[in-house]
Ligand binder design. Structure first.
Ligand code: PMP
Length: 381
């Protein structure tokens, strides 16, 4: 009998039945009073959940659109932007900014390490930047940025809007927009919210909204905060057709998050990550990110010397677990395991167990149950 496939890539993450059911509903008119009410409640809940008195935008698109939307509403051609990059997704901001004729400076780290708050402060002190972008968790490296500490520091630089890419973090790593001094936070639906891909979600604090106002007419219509603001406040109005079923699914996800409790959810992700990472280390793998900047949402796992990436991932998939390939210099040397969203202990235990079976099948020495024991000790302790 074939194993059921569990998609343990760092997004899209597994969708669970209550969320699937929302996506399977007959699509309503976006003017349907019940849908309008659902959408309005969702926006209010999201603002409360991530802590902003500003605005929240939920639009059809992916995380990349949300990244571009943040830049489009915060800058105009010629402005200087500082990009802090911990990998592939941090670098994505550089290309985006260049295309918009922004002057971009980049502060990059070696993959697996984080740029320090002091280094960022030094750059901001030397030159006036209109925006700073930080990727909370870079999915290519599993590196977590010290978002809260950066926010505390960046408050001194009033002209600099602080944009945080939370695509691989929001809903799993602690974030609070106003409380952490974040001006724009952005994410997509397919990661820690555990909804299918297709929604770009952004939170904009008061500073970001006043910057948007100051810019006047911007060249982008679909991405314009000012076009969407009336809809987010009164979803009976129209600008672009809302993706009805994804909005219902996101609302269900937010309901589940509230039921779990946001703090409990953050704690679960942190404990699971520590358990999974220790389990994999006990089986002979290494974790790319340094312990002090390891994400709770995914792990970039380096193979033991001589282990074949393709063979490992093909057999692991036969054993029922789909993981993602390493990126950049780590292609062929590492795999990426997502552990975020609506995943329970059955899922984590099955994943570790399938990794043990895979090691056995490729002839790597393995003591059955060792990884699971370590995971249980670390995550329950
Ligand atoms: N930022 C980060 C940190 C990501 O992980 C991703 C997607 N993996 C993106 C941005 C881009 O999101 P999307 O693929 O939904 O466009």
């Amino acid at each position: 009998m074939k194993n059921k496939k569990l998609v343990m890539i760092p997004g899209p993450t597994p969708t669970i039945e209550p969320i699937q059911l929302q996506m399977a509903r007959a699509t309503a008119s976006f003017k349907d009073p019940d849908f309008v009410r659902d959408f309005k409640e969702l926006v209010i809940d999201l603002k409360e959940m991530l802590g902003t008195a500003g605005e929240c935008f939920v639009v059809a698109g992916t995380g990349t659109l949300a990244m571009e939307m943040a830049i489009a509403n915060a800058t105009k051609g010629g402005d200087a932007v500082l990009v802090v990059s911990h990998g592939y997704f941090g670098d994505r901001f550089v290309d985006m900014c260049k295309r918009r004729s922004l002057q971009v400076d980049v502060l990059s780290s070696e993959w697996g390490k984080a740029v320090s708050v002091d280094e960022i402060e030094e750059r901001l002190s030397k030159k006036s930047y209109r925006a700073l972008t930080v990727t909370h968790v870079d999915t290519s490296t599993g590196t977590r940025a010290p978002v809260e500490e950066i926010g505390r520091m960046v408050r001194r630089f009033e002209e600099t809007l602080y944009i945080v890419d939370g695509v691989c973090a929001t809903g799993a790593e602690p974030e609070h927009v106003d409380g952490m001094g974040i001006d724009v936070l952005l994410t997509g639906s397919q990661k820690a919210f555990g909804v299918s891909p297709g929604l770009a979600i952004l939170w904009a604090g008061a500073g970001a909204l006043s910057r948007r106002k100051m810019l006047g007419t911007i060249p982008d219509a679909y991405m314009d905060f000012e076009k969407w603001m009336p809809i987010m406040n009164d979803p009976f109005q129209y600008w672009g057709t809302p993706p009805v079923n994804l909005i219902w699914a996101l609302k269900e996800s937010v309901r589940l998050i509230k039921e779990e409790g946001l703090e409990n959810r953050y704690r679960r992700h942190r404990r699971d990550a520590l358990g999974i990472q220790a389990a994999l280390e006990s089986l002979g793998f290494r974790i790319l990110a340094e312990p002090e900047c390891r994400a709770a949402t995914l792990s970039n796992i380096l193979y033991p010397e001589g282990m074949d990436d393709r063979q490992f991932r093909i057999i692991l998939e036969e054993e029922g677990i789909v993981v993602a390939a390493g990126l950049g210099a780590y292609a062929g040397k590492a795999f990426r395991l997502g552990h975020m969203g609506h995943i329970d202990r059955h899922v984590v235990v099955s994943t570790i167990c399938a990794i043990e079976r895979t090691l056995f099948r490729i002839g790597h020495p393995v003591e059955f149950g060792k990884g699971i024991r370590i995971y249980m000790e670390k995550s329950l302790g």
